[in-house]
Design a protein around this ligand. Structure first.
Ligand code: GDP
Ligand code: NAG
Ligand code: MG
Length: 213
Protein backbone atom coordinates (compact mmCIF):
# COMPACT_ATOMS: atom_id res chain seq x y z
CA UNK A 1 0.00 0.00 0.00
CA UNK A 2 1.30 3.43 -0.80
CA UNK A 3 1.75 6.21 1.69
CA UNK A 4 -1.03 8.25 0.17
CA UNK A 5 -3.55 5.46 0.69
CA UNK A 6 -2.33 4.98 4.24
CA UNK A 7 -2.87 8.64 4.84
CA UNK A 8 -6.44 8.59 3.50
CA UNK A 9 -7.20 5.48 5.53
CA UNK A 10 -6.09 7.21 8.67
CA UNK A 11 -8.39 10.13 8.07
CA UNK A 12 -11.49 8.18 7.13
CA UNK A 13 -10.99 5.13 9.31
CA UNK A 14 -13.90 3.61 11.17
CA UNK A 15 -12.64 0.43 12.76
CA UNK A 16 -9.39 -0.80 11.29
CA UNK A 17 -7.57 2.22 10.05
CA UNK A 18 -4.14 1.34 8.90
CA UNK A 19 -3.02 -1.80 7.21
CA UNK A 20 0.60 -2.77 7.51
CA UNK A 21 2.51 -5.63 6.03
CA UNK A 22 5.29 -7.02 8.17
CA UNK A 23 7.64 -9.89 7.38
CA UNK A 24 9.57 -12.10 9.78
CA UNK A 25 12.93 -13.11 8.40
CA UNK A 26 16.08 -14.81 9.66
CA UNK A 27 17.73 -18.20 9.56
CA UNK A 28 15.85 -21.39 10.16
CA UNK A 29 15.37 -22.19 13.84
CA UNK A 30 15.78 -18.68 15.23
CA UNK A 31 12.16 -18.68 16.43
CA UNK A 32 10.21 -16.72 13.80
CA UNK A 33 7.14 -18.92 13.97
CA UNK A 34 7.32 -19.15 17.75
CA UNK A 35 7.52 -15.36 18.01
CA UNK A 36 4.46 -14.97 15.83
CA UNK A 37 2.51 -17.58 17.82
CA UNK A 38 3.47 -15.81 21.06
CA UNK A 39 2.34 -12.46 19.69
CA UNK A 40 -0.86 -13.85 18.18
CA UNK A 41 -1.95 -16.32 20.87
CA UNK A 42 0.09 -15.25 23.89
CA UNK A 43 1.61 -18.67 24.37
CA UNK A 44 4.70 -20.69 23.60
CA UNK A 45 4.28 -24.01 21.88
CA UNK A 46 7.56 -25.88 22.25
CA UNK A 47 9.07 -27.88 19.42
CA UNK A 48 10.00 -26.93 15.93
CA UNK A 49 7.43 -25.70 13.48
CA UNK A 50 9.07 -27.58 10.65
CA UNK A 51 5.69 -27.51 8.93
CA UNK A 52 6.27 -23.87 8.05
CA UNK A 53 6.76 -24.26 4.35
CA UNK A 54 7.33 -21.24 2.20
CA UNK A 55 5.32 -18.32 3.40
CA UNK A 56 2.05 -17.74 5.24
CA UNK A 57 0.49 -14.88 7.15
CA UNK A 58 -1.39 -14.03 10.33
CA UNK A 59 -3.55 -10.94 10.79
CA UNK A 60 -3.47 -9.17 14.10
CA UNK A 61 -5.14 -5.90 15.03
CA UNK A 62 -3.35 -3.73 17.55
CA UNK A 63 -4.75 -0.52 19.00
CA UNK A 64 -2.33 2.34 19.24
CA UNK A 65 -3.91 5.18 21.16
CA UNK A 66 -7.33 5.27 19.51
CA UNK A 67 -6.22 4.03 16.12
CA UNK A 68 -6.65 0.42 15.13
CA UNK A 69 -3.79 -0.91 13.10
CA UNK A 70 -4.06 -4.18 11.26
CA UNK A 71 -0.77 -5.98 11.00
CA UNK A 72 -0.52 -8.64 8.37
CA UNK A 73 2.49 -10.62 9.47
CA UNK A 74 4.17 -12.92 7.01
CA UNK A 75 6.13 -15.82 8.41
CA UNK A 76 8.84 -17.23 6.21
CA UNK A 77 10.75 -20.47 6.22
CA UNK A 78 14.41 -19.56 6.36
CA UNK A 79 16.03 -22.62 4.89
CA UNK A 80 16.16 -21.39 1.34
CA UNK A 81 17.56 -17.98 2.06
CA UNK A 82 17.50 -15.64 -0.94
CA UNK A 83 14.82 -17.76 -2.56
CA UNK A 84 11.95 -18.65 -0.25
CA UNK A 85 11.09 -15.04 0.38
CA UNK A 86 10.30 -13.83 -3.05
CA UNK A 87 11.28 -10.35 -3.92
CA UNK A 88 7.65 -9.35 -4.34
CA UNK A 89 7.04 -9.89 -0.62
CA UNK A 90 10.02 -7.74 0.21
CA UNK A 91 8.89 -5.01 -2.12
CA UNK A 92 5.42 -4.76 -0.58
CA UNK A 93 6.58 -4.93 3.03
CA UNK A 94 6.24 -1.92 5.29
CA UNK A 95 8.25 -3.50 8.09
CA UNK A 96 10.66 -6.31 8.59
CA UNK A 97 11.55 -8.08 11.80
CA UNK A 98 14.96 -9.68 11.37
CA UNK A 99 15.76 -12.36 13.93
CA UNK A 100 18.80 -14.19 15.12
CA UNK A 101 19.15 -16.68 17.97
CA UNK A 102 21.34 -15.41 20.82
CA UNK A 103 22.56 -18.98 21.42
CA UNK A 104 23.59 -19.53 17.80
CA UNK A 105 26.52 -17.59 16.37
CA UNK A 106 25.96 -18.54 12.75
CA UNK A 107 22.43 -17.12 12.85
CA UNK A 108 23.99 -13.84 14.04
CA UNK A 109 26.80 -13.92 11.49
CA UNK A 110 24.24 -14.29 8.72
CA UNK A 111 22.46 -11.08 9.71
CA UNK A 112 24.73 -9.00 7.48
CA UNK A 113 23.82 -11.12 4.48
CA UNK A 114 20.15 -10.73 5.36
CA UNK A 115 20.51 -6.97 5.61
CA UNK A 116 22.24 -6.81 2.24
CA UNK A 117 19.42 -8.78 0.68
CA UNK A 118 16.81 -6.69 2.45
CA UNK A 119 18.31 -3.39 1.39
CA UNK A 120 18.46 -4.58 -2.18
CA UNK A 121 14.84 -5.60 -2.50
CA UNK A 122 12.76 -3.58 -0.04
CA UNK A 123 11.46 -0.05 -0.39
CA UNK A 124 13.98 2.43 0.91
CA UNK A 125 11.69 3.56 3.75
CA UNK A 126 10.93 0.08 5.10
CA UNK A 127 11.11 -0.18 8.90
CA UNK A 128 13.64 -2.79 9.97
CA UNK A 129 14.01 -4.07 13.51
CA UNK A 130 16.76 -6.44 14.62
CA UNK A 131 15.74 -8.98 17.25
CA UNK A 132 17.99 -11.27 19.30
CA UNK A 133 15.55 -14.04 20.17
CA UNK A 134 15.69 -16.79 22.83
CA UNK A 135 16.79 -14.25 25.45
CA UNK A 136 15.54 -16.69 28.11
CA UNK A 137 18.42 -19.08 27.32
CA UNK A 138 21.07 -17.07 29.12
CA UNK A 139 23.19 -20.07 30.07
CA UNK A 140 23.69 -20.93 26.41
CA UNK A 141 24.16 -17.40 25.20
CA UNK A 142 26.72 -17.09 22.38
CA UNK A 143 26.07 -13.49 21.38
CA UNK A 144 26.29 -10.74 23.96
CA UNK A 145 23.59 -8.13 23.90
CA UNK A 146 26.21 -5.46 23.19
CA UNK A 147 27.16 -7.26 19.97
CA UNK A 148 23.55 -7.10 18.82
CA UNK A 149 23.36 -3.44 19.77
CA UNK A 150 26.56 -2.66 17.92
CA UNK A 151 25.42 -4.36 14.73
CA UNK A 152 22.07 -2.60 14.91
CA UNK A 153 23.78 0.76 15.38
CA UNK A 154 26.00 0.09 12.39
CA UNK A 155 22.92 -0.34 10.20
CA UNK A 156 20.87 2.32 12.02
CA UNK A 157 18.09 -0.07 12.94
CA UNK A 158 16.39 -0.48 16.32
CA UNK A 159 17.26 -3.56 18.35
CA UNK A 160 15.94 -5.55 21.25
CA UNK A 161 16.24 -9.00 22.70
CA UNK A 162 13.07 -11.07 22.77
CA UNK A 163 11.89 -14.39 24.04
CA UNK A 164 9.14 -16.22 22.23
CA UNK A 165 9.12 -18.54 25.24
CA UNK A 166 8.58 -16.04 28.07
CA UNK A 167 7.05 -13.36 25.86
CA UNK A 168 9.62 -10.74 26.84
CA UNK A 169 9.52 -7.79 24.42
CA UNK A 170 7.41 -9.70 21.89
CA UNK A 171 4.47 -7.33 21.94
CA UNK A 172 6.81 -4.35 22.13
CA UNK A 173 8.66 -5.45 18.99
CA UNK A 174 5.47 -5.53 16.95
CA UNK A 175 3.84 -2.46 18.44
CA UNK A 176 7.02 -0.40 18.04
CA UNK A 177 7.14 -1.00 14.30
CA UNK A 178 3.37 -0.50 14.03
CA UNK A 179 3.66 2.79 15.87
CA UNK A 180 6.54 3.96 13.72
CA UNK A 181 4.59 3.19 10.54
CA UNK A 182 1.32 4.56 11.83
CA UNK A 183 2.99 7.82 12.83
CA UNK A 184 4.62 8.13 9.45
CA UNK A 185 1.31 7.62 7.69
CA UNK A 186 -0.47 10.46 9.49
CA UNK A 187 2.49 12.76 9.83
CA UNK A 188 2.80 16.04 8.02
CA UNK A 189 6.19 16.58 6.41
CA UNK A 190 6.83 19.58 8.65
CA UNK A 191 6.33 17.65 11.88
CA UNK A 192 9.25 16.13 13.74
CA UNK A 193 9.77 12.48 12.99
CA UNK A 194 8.61 9.85 15.43
CA UNK A 195 11.71 8.45 17.06
CA UNK A 196 11.35 4.69 17.27
CA UNK A 197 14.59 4.32 19.26
CA UNK A 198 13.35 6.70 21.94
CA UNK A 199 9.95 5.03 22.03
CA UNK A 200 11.50 1.61 22.58
CA UNK A 201 13.84 2.88 25.27
CA UNK A 202 10.94 4.53 27.09
CA UNK A 203 8.81 1.38 26.89
CA UNK A 204 11.69 -0.78 28.04
CA UNK A 205 12.13 1.41 31.08
CA UNK A 206 8.44 1.27 31.90
CA UNK A 207 8.24 -2.50 32.06
CA UNK A 208 10.44 -4.15 34.63
CA UNK A 209 10.63 -7.29 32.50
CA UNK A 210 13.20 -5.87 30.16
CA UNK A 211 15.79 -4.56 32.56
CA UNK A 212 17.39 -7.96 32.99
CA UNK A 213 18.78 -7.77 29.47
N1 GDP B 1 14.00 -21.27 24.76
C1 GDP B 1 13.46 -20.74 23.65
N2 GDP B 1 13.21 -21.53 22.59
C2 GDP B 1 12.68 -20.97 21.48
C3 GDP B 1 12.37 -19.59 21.42
N3 GDP B 1 11.86 -19.33 20.20
C4 GDP B 1 11.85 -20.50 19.54
N4 GDP B 1 12.36 -21.48 20.29
C5 GDP B 1 12.56 -22.88 19.89
O1 GDP B 1 13.45 -22.87 18.79
C6 GDP B 1 13.06 -23.85 17.82
C7 GDP B 1 12.80 -23.18 16.47
O2 GDP B 1 11.68 -22.33 16.59
P1 GDP B 1 10.79 -21.95 15.32
O3 GDP B 1 9.76 -20.98 15.78
O4 GDP B 1 10.30 -23.17 14.61
O5 GDP B 1 11.88 -21.21 14.40
P2 GDP B 1 11.76 -20.70 12.88
O6 GDP B 1 12.39 -21.75 12.02
O7 GDP B 1 12.57 -19.43 12.83
O8 GDP B 1 10.31 -20.48 12.59
C8 GDP B 1 11.84 -24.55 18.39
O9 GDP B 1 12.27 -25.70 19.06
C9 GDP B 1 11.28 -23.53 19.38
O10 GDP B 1 10.56 -24.14 20.42
C10 GDP B 1 12.63 -18.78 22.58
O11 GDP B 1 12.43 -17.57 22.64
N5 GDP B 1 13.19 -19.41 23.66
C1 NAG C 1 22.38 -22.55 14.17
O1 NAG C 1 21.78 -21.86 13.11
C2 NAG C 1 22.09 -22.41 11.85
C3 NAG C 1 21.47 -21.47 10.84
O2 NAG C 1 22.06 -20.21 11.01
C4 NAG C 1 21.53 -23.80 11.75
O3 NAG C 1 21.85 -24.38 10.49
C5 NAG C 1 22.12 -24.65 12.86
O4 NAG C 1 21.49 -25.92 12.86
C6 NAG C 1 21.89 -23.98 14.20
N1 NAG C 1 22.57 -24.72 15.26
C7 NAG C 1 21.97 -25.07 16.38
C8 NAG C 1 22.81 -25.80 17.36
O5 NAG C 1 20.79 -24.82 16.60
MG1 MG D 1 9.12 -21.26 11.09
Amino acid sequence: MHKFELHLNSIFCVSVCVFLQTILVGDSGVGKTSLLVQFDQGKFIPGSFSATVGIGFTNKVVTLDEVKVKLQIWDTAGQERFRSVTHAYYRDAHALLLLYDITNKSSFDNIRAWLTEIHEYTQSDVVIMLLGNKADMSSERAIRREEGERLAREYSVPFMETSAMTGVNVELAFTAVARELQQRSVQQPSEPRFQIHEYIDAQKEKSSCCRVF
